[in-house]
Design a protein around this ligand. Structure first.
Ligand SMILES: [Ca+2]
Ligand SMILES: [Ca+2]
Length: 408
């Protein structure tokens, strides 16, 4: 059975009508719906969560109801079965350990950008939808003073790094790269993330801090700037769109701008302990400001002579086996080719209109039927803003020149 279901695209220029579960009840017999429910429940423990499946069912219905009922039921069952591989992704360094607090802020008038970063790993392609991190804001400053949150992800040195190195730091081994991963940056200023903050403790003390004492070699060892006390604040960010990352080792770098005072990111236990998620090769946290960039210093080993430290953060999301940016639980087309443009269902045009025959099974009646299917899919991608009209023309021209559907 084909893994990619028979998703019928709406006629060009129209918006698919989404129907509710209630309406679905009116279309299918009670026996059919009961059978569907049993299938879902048999798979439910393997599925990320029931709500997402029910939501999925609603999303599917416009496609389902535009197909014939037999195909439609096969599609629903296929989807329920294929969701078995969906799994949550979560990572956490654990709660703050009170050892150190370090500045991480965008530039603002009179202040230089300063960045703290700590690492994490993903062992398979994931889509990260949410992050949390915990730090200090000055006592008495309201949460409403948090005016901007920006998140960046970095590969580990020597990726994304310019050579020769400056020699301004003792080492770059195991540091974040020079530059961030462009596609993974999210900023409240442009609406690509939404944040909320809660006070964990009205008074929390970190034994040491690194705020402004970030100096080029050989003056990096300041021993830190001393204990700091403030309000312990947990900031949760929702990524929109989610951040899609292949399996690799990364650094997480949050920045927070306050209208009053500065945000200091708190350290977390190193090594990571449960309920955090320990991993082999955990690296210590690094810091730089724009005067030191593109280099980084090790907060513990280089600056304070303590640690080494982690920083308090967590990530959550879902697995994305084919790495197309669509989480497994909502991906209707598994095994999408790398770098293919996909719709919200995780399907590429090649998967919606395969050369080998209709996605619903069988073979193309003729070459024209294949080309027509490609054109329909391409037009839908244009309507959704996924490709340009010119790109659609190229795709259709390529399909027309192919042998697909000619039974050769
Ligand atoms: Ca670490
Ligand atoms: Ca896919």
């Amino acid at each position: 059975m084909a893994l990619c279901p028979a998703v019928r695209l709406p006629p060009p220029g129209t918006t698919p009508t989404r129907i509710t579960l209630h309406e679905m009840h009116n279309r299918f017999s009670l026996t059919t719906l009961t059978f569907m429910k049993s299938i879902i429940e048999q798979n439910i423990t393997k599925i990320v969560n029931k709500a997402s499946v029910l939501g999925r069912l609603e999303q599917l219905t416009w496609a389902v109801l535009s197909a014939n009922t037999t195909t439609a039921m096969a599609l629903v069952f296929l989807q329920m079965a294929s969701r078995a591989s969906a799994a949550t992704f979560s990572f956490s360094t654990g709660a703050p350990d009170g050892k150190i607090a370090t500045l991480s802020t965008p530039a603002s008038p009179g202040k230089v950008q300063t960045e703290t970063a700590d690492d994490f790993v993903v062992t398979q392609s994931v889509v990260i939808s949410q992050a949390t991190f915990t730090g200090l804001i000055p006592s008495g400053v309201p949460l409403s003073s948090i005016s901007q949150v920006e998140i960046e992800m970095y590969h580990v040195f020597p990726l994304d790094t310019a050579f020769p190195l400056s020699g301004n730091v003792p080492t770059r081994t195991n540091s974040p790269a020079d530059v961030e991963i462009d596609s993974a940056t999210r900023d409240s200023v442009d609406g690509s993330l939404a944040f909320s903050a809660t006070i964990v403790s009205s008074s929390f003390t970190a034994s040491n801090s690194v705020v402004h004492g970030i100096n080029k070699h050989p003056n990096e060892r300041t021993n830190g700037e001393g204990a700091v006390t403030g309000e312990e604040v947990s900031i949760t960010v929702q990524f929109n769109p989610p951040v899609s990352l292949p399996a690799d080792h990364y650094f997480f770098r949050p920045e927070v701008l306050l209208t009053t005072g500065e945000f200091l990111w708190l350290s977390a236990p190193r090594p990571i302990v449960a309920p955090g998620t320990p991993f082999m090769g955990d690296l210590q946290s690094w810091i730089r400001n724009d005067a030191l960039a593109p280099d980084w210093l090790r907060i513990g080993t280089d600056i304070t002579g303590q640690g080494p430290f982690n920083a308090a953060f967590s990530l959550s999301g879902e697995t994305d086996a084919d790495g197309d940016g669509v989480p497994d639980s909502v991906d209707l087309c598994s095994d999408t080719l790398a770098d293919a443009i996909v719709d919200a269902n995780g399907c590429s045009i090649d998967q919606l209109a395969p050369c080998s025959g209709p996605a619903s099974g069988g073979v193309w009646k003729n070459h024209g039927q294949y080309v027509s299917a490609v054109a329909q899919a391409a037009e839908a991608f244009v309507a959704e803003g996924l490709i340009t009209a010119e790109q659609a023309d190229e795709i259709v021209a390529h399909a027309a020149q192919s042998n697909c559907g000619t039974n050769k």
